[in-house]
Design a protein around this ligand. Structure first.
Ligand SMILES: [Zn+2]
Length: 96
């Protein structure tokens, strides 16, 4: 289902939920029943964080086309990093 926006001359904007691609250029206003013109507005993609949108796109794509690893990563390319720098307070503790 997709949400389509229409604007009635008398009652203002309203939304209609319909299967994607099935909305026509006009719809009946739920308040007065007159024909209302369809309004095309930009999706709110510009408001979202690009990293979040990228992650959502990858998650969506992985449903049908999961990324498959076919070989090992090149050796020596990336080394393991420590999770956190050592705590200097721990160096003062007595050693066995
Ligand atoms: Zn109306």
């Amino acid at each position: 289902m997709a949400t389509y926006e229409f604007r009635c001359r008398e009652d203002g904007p309203f939304e209609v939920a319909a299967p994607m691609g099935s909305a026509g250029p006009r719809a009946a206003c739920p308040s007065c029943g007159r024909d209302a013109q369809r309004v095309f507005s930009a999706p709110m993609l510009g408001l979202a964080d690009r990293r979040l949108v990228g992650a959502l796109d990858r998650a969506e794509k992985s449903r049908d086309e999961p990324e498959v690893v076919t070989s090992l990563p090149p050796s020596g390319g990336r080394r393991r990093q420590r999770a956190a720098p050592p705590n200097p307070a721990l160096s003062r503790l007595p050693r066995p």
